[in-house]
Each structure stands twice: as C-alpha cells, then as structure tokens.
Design a binder for this molecule. Sequence first.
Ligand code: SF4
Ligand code: SF4
Length: 190
Amino acid sequence: MTQQLETRIDIISSLAEPHWADNWNFRAYLQQKVSPTEIDRAAQALAQDVSAKIDCTACGNCCREIFPHFRPGDVSRLAAGLGQSEQALRSTMRTEGVDTTVFCVSPCPMLKNSSCTVYEHRPDDCREYPHMHKPDFLGGSIGAIENYGTCPIVFNVYGQLKKTFHYDPKTDYIGQTNPETTHGSSYKSS
Ligand code: SF4
Ligand code: SF4
C-alpha cells in the first residue's frame, strides 16, 4: 500500500517548514471533503503499514525532540521501576496542564545511547506515540502537523494520506492555516 518511505530525519526536518501551511490546508480539505469514518479508516491502515516498516529503535527521534506527557499513574510506575520515590522523580519534572507533567529537560533523561533505559516503565504517551492509529484522526491532526518534521511515521502517513485522498495543493487550496501553533512542542494529547 505504501510507497517508498522517507526515514532520514535531516530530510524530514528540512521539509517541515515548507510544508507547514500546506499541511494545515490539507487538514481543512479533509474537514470539508472527506467523512471522518473514511479518514480514520485510511489513516489507521497507513499507520499500521508505515509503523511496521520503520524501526523505532533505530530512530528514537521523539525521545530527543519531544517532551512525553506523564499522567499520575505514569509517574508512579516509572518511580517504582527506578526504585525512586515519586517525590524525587517529580523534582525532575514540571507541571504542564492539570494532571500532566513533563521532564524539565530535553532530550529525555531516560534516553541513553539512543535507547530508552526504562522501556518497561515508560509512560503511556511513549507507548502510544505517534498516536496515528487512534480514532478521530482529524481531532488529533494538530499534533500530527506539529510532529510532521520530527517523526518519520507521522511524516509518511500524513504525506501518503494526501495521495490517498487525491489532494492537489494547487487546486484544493482552502486557505486555512494555523501558523501560530508551535512546531512539535509536545506530544500530541491522547
Ligand atoms: S515514533 Fe517516530 S520519532 Fe519516535 S522512534 Fe518511532 S519513528 Fe522515530
Ligand atoms: S521514557 Fe523512554 S521512550 Fe519515553 S521519551 Fe524517554 S527515552 Fe523515549
């Protein structure tokens, strides 16, 4: 189903800015022209196919570039796995949102030699990233656009979705963009 995949982070990163407005336009195109059911069906099939062909252990770019969100249960699990108190672990984090925390530093301090040192205890956000398999693709597509230049899975799924729905940026210009949104600043909310 998928065409040749682009997995080179430098290339993907360099294409994010030039595709930024068009990615927002494609989102508006989907909203106007395609049913949510059709979008979800296509996105989930592409996500499954692309994810199976990309080796995350050889990439790890999300661990370097993006702050994973920890819910309270994630903090407890990681603290137990590390043999630390929750308080000690929380001292390395800052609050982001009502019940969400993130590490104060990036890359993730749990990343060593390009591998996750707490893989069994990683937060759900890491387990589910890049969230492309979830229902309501449109609802989560802001996160997809933000992570387009960071994650090869997102880059390829979003790009191939344009082909699936015969999107042509020249003739399908809707004129809706959201340039104020920060690029890839955090994990997409679950
Ligand atoms: S989820 Fe994306 S950025 Fe993270 S390791 Fe896999 S391909 Fe790389
Ligand atoms: S906890 Fe592990 S999987 Fe999650 S960002 Fe950190 S190193 Fe990556």
